[in-house]
Each structure stands twice: as structure tokens, then as C-alpha cells.
Design a protein around this ligand. Structure first.
Ligand SMILES: *Cc1c(COP(=O)(O)O)cnc(C)c1O
Length: 421
């Protein structure tokens, strides 16, 4: 694609983009002067769809008017409410209907999945993660190791970039799996690394991991709603993600969980059980013996947070309408535009550390800022530019295809470069 570094060009691109209409569906934080902020923080908390209020309001009304009867008599009865999200979620991650469920939050789901899928033995007890994994994932993984009598010293393998490089090479992922596979119980990699923005080749990882007998799980916190995912086809054993980053479900929103179809009737797997995962036909007989539902729903514990699910529905409907393939296409172009503009204003003070190939990243570009990065970030914030600072030197910028525009990207680079000089 050939881009141009002008205001007119950015406006013209917005004017002819069919997905530009979705920006209007979101509320933007406001500057003191009452203008929309330049919001590039969708990797941390997605913006609020304007319809979210209505979706929540409806459940508040039904609760007020019906009390407990709303479980069956609400306009959208709460008993099967989580299923209103199943089809959209399955489409979003490329799964079959029985393979996904929206429940709990990400780290909780990660633990639940590891209870079933991390079953270390004396010979095969290691977990492969990426160096610089999100801390919660590392804590979850090491605590699971300790729970089984292992620990990171004996059992954690961390994939690192080569010296002098920022991202992990795909061939190093595969060669590590090939070399150490027979001692690896679980491969747990992010779809997109939160810090560098690197996207991993999930199809290749699932393939080579399973060829060596490893269980494969993905943390898709930064990939769901960002990359085009084909989980069923790629074949990981499980995946988990959160609802509040690219999925715009609001703070603390329920997360998503994928369990591959081949485990849908795996009654022999250990699992931590709760009543909401019990066979629906007999759940309310309140019997003493747990009989899990088939598929991902069998890992549910509790009756779900209806207000949070209502919020997520408002956003998932936008994804369904726009179509994830078109969203991704627009994302590649928008992030490509950001990369192009940064190249036009290149400076020794910053460098892009995210992969330069669009298929090895999502929406986010991570910039290393060599000097005074934090005060730069604060100066930008004072002008209504919201990005994200990661100690010690990384600025994470995500043009989100559902609500950021080419003009946002253009203005961002203008303000960034003005603040640098
Ligand atoms: C955002 C994020 C989390 C957050 O976990 P919660 O349980 O939702 O608080 C965990 N892991 C990764 C990789 C993340 O990006």
C-alpha cells in the first residue's frame, strides 16, 4: 500500500472506508476543551459502545420488575443468557459453538484450564512460555507448578529473543519445541505479546507442539478481536482471553474460554467443578454428584454476571456486523499507516520494536523511546493523547480498527513528533 503524509489523505481514506461508520458507535473520552481524545489505549481497555447502557439498563429493569423470576421471564431470560454470546464468540475466534463459553475472567479461566490440561509427570513437567509474558500468566503458571510439587527452576522454559533482537523468531519457537518437546507438558503462549505486540504463528505452534506430545494453550488477551483466529482448525487444546481489551466489554468484563472439540466429552479429565458446569437437565435437581456438560460449558463454575455479559453483547454485535475479516483488513491498513508515518518522521529517539511484517503483529505498535519517555507520555496525555507507558522505555500504541480513524493516526504522529523535538 502507498500512503501519504497529509491531513487530506487521512481524511480521504476515512471518507471512503466502509468500516469508518463504526466509530460513531463508541463514546470517546473528552479533553478539558470538550474534544474527543486521541485514544490509542484499546489494548488495555476498549472504548464503551454507546448501546452498552441500553443493554445493561434492560437487565436492571427486568431485575427491578421481576426479581428472581427474571431468570426465566426476563426479555432475555438469565438462565440461558450466556448463550446469547456463543455464536458471536465462536465466529470471532474461529470455533465451533460447543467449543466456547464466556465466563469468569482471564486468569481464573487460565487456572481452570491448567487444572485439566497441565498434568505434569516426572518425565514431562515443563511449561513453555514467552520471556516477558504478562505477569499474571507467569504467576498462574508458576503457582500451578508449585501446586504439583514442581517449580520454575526445574520446569519453566522461557522463549527469549536472540541477543540484540526485540522479538522471538518463529523458527526459535519451533526449534525449542522440537528440542525440548518430550519434557514439555504444556505450551502456553500469547497470541500477541502485550509488550512487544508480536503475534505468534499459532497454527505452527499447535502443530509442532502436538507432534511432540505437548498440550497447547493460547492466551489470547491481546489477540481476540484483534487477529483473525481459527482456533478449531489450528487445534490448540484450549485458549483463554479477556473481554475488556479489543472486545470492549468494559472493566472486569467476563472472559472467554475455548476447549477443543476433541475434549468435549473428556469426562476423565480432572476439573474443578461448580454447579453451572453441571448437566443442564439435572442441574436444579440439586443432586450430590457432578456430571459435567459437554464442551466448554462444562468448565463453568458459577451463574454468570448478567450485567457484564449485557455490556459485552453490545460490543460483540458490532463485531458480528462488521465481520472479523474486514476488521482485521482495516487493522492491517491502519497500523500500516501508523508505521509509514513514523517512518516519515524517523528519529534516533524512538524505534519500533514490534515486528514489521503485518502477519506477525496485531493492531499495536510498541515504540522504544530512548530519552524521557515517561514525561513525553505525560505531555501527550495533557494534549488528550491516550497511549500507554510501560516502564522503562516502551510506548504502546494501538489504532483500533472499530473506532480509530486514519485522521487519529495522522494527528497522533504529528503530536508525537512535535513533542519529541
Ligand atoms: C490483560 C491480560 C491479563 C489480565 O488478566 P485478568 O485476569 O483479566 O485480570 C492476563 N494475561 C494477559 C496476557 C493479559 O494481556
Amino acid at each position: 500500500m502507498t500512503f501519504e503524509d497529509t491531513d487530506d489523505y487521512a481524511r480521504a481514506m476515512d471518507a471512503r472506508d466502509p468500516l469508518a461508520i463504526y466509530r460513531e458507535r463508541f463514546s470517546f473520552p473528552q479533553t478539558a476543551a470538550g474534544d474527543d481524545c486521541l485514544y490509542f489505549g484499546g489494548h488495555s481497555l476498549g472504548l464503551q459502545p454507546k448501546r452498552t447502557k441500553d443493554y445493561i439498563e434492560q437487565e436492571l429493569q427486568d431485575w427491578a420488575q421481576l426479581g428472581v423470576d427474571a431468570h426465566f421471564r426476563a426479555r432475555n431470560p438469565w438462565m440461558p443468557y450466556h448463550r446469547l454470546l456463543t455464536e458471536q464468540t465462536a465466529m470471532l475466534v474461529g470455533a465451533k459453538l460447543g467449543e466456547v463459553v464466556v465466563m469468569n475472567s482471564l486468569t481464573v479461566n487460565l487456572h481452570l484450564m491448567m487444572v485439566s490440561f497441565y498434568r505434569p509427570t516426572a518425565k514431562r513437567h515443563k511449561i513453555l512460555i514467552e520471556h516477558g509474558a504478562f505477569p499474571s500468566d507467569r504467576y498462574a503458571v508458576t503457582s500451578q507448578m508449585h501446586f504439583h510439587g514442581f517449580g520454575p527452576a526445574s520446569s519453566l522454559i522461557e522463549l527469549k529473543p536472540r541477543p540484540g533482537e526485540e522479538c522471538i523468531r518463529d523458527e526459535d519457537v519451533t526449534s525449542t519445541i522440537e528440542r525440548d518437546g518430550s519434557s514439555i507438558a504444556l505450551i502456553l503462549l500469547g497470541g500477541v505479546n502485550y509488550a512487544t505486540g508480536q503475534g505468534f504463528d499459532m497454527a505452527a505452534i499447535a502443530r509442532s507442539g502436538q507432534a511432540r506430545g505437548c498440550v497447547v494453550g493460547f492466551d489470547l488477551a491481546h489477540a481476540a478481536g484483534n487477529l483473525l483466529l481459527k482456533l478449531h482448525e489450528w487445534g490448540p487444546d484450549f485458549a483463554v482471553w479477556c473481554g475488556y481489551k479489543y472486545l470492549n466489554g468494559g472493566p472486569g468484563c467476563a472472559g472467554g474460554c475455548f476447549v477443543h472439540e476433541r475434549h468435549s466429552n473428556a469426562w476423565n479429565l480432572p476439573r474443578f467443578a461448580g454447579w453451572w458446569g453441571h448437566d443442564e437437565q439435572t442441574r436444579f435437581e440439586m443432586g450430590p454428584d457432578f456430571q459435567p456438560m459437554a464442551g466448554a460449558e462444562g468448565w463453568q463454575l458459577s451463574n454468570p454476571p448478567i450485567l457484564a455479559l449485557a455490556a459485552l453483547r453490545a460490543s460483540m454485535e458490532i463485531f458480528s456486523e462488521a465481520g472479523m475479516d474486514r476488521v482485521r483488513q482495516r487493522s492491517v491498513a491502519l497500523t500500516g499507516y501508523l508505521e509509514f508515518l513514523l517512518g516519515q518522521h524517523s528519529s534516533p529517539i524512538f524505534s519500533i520494536i514490534s515486528p514489521r511484517e503485518p502477519e506477525r503483529r496485531g493492531a499495536q505498535l510498541s515504540l522504544r523511546i530512548l530519552r524521557h519517555g515517561q514525561s513525553l507520555c505525560e505531555r501527550l496525555a495533557a494534549q488528550g493523547v491516550i497511549a500507554d507507558w510501560r516502564h522503562p522505555d516502551i510506548l504502546r500504541v494501538a489504532p483500533v480498527p472499530l473506532y480509530n480513524s486514519y485522521l487519529d493516526v495522522y494527528r497522533f504522529v504529528q503530536r508525537l513528533t512535535a513533542s519529541l523535538s
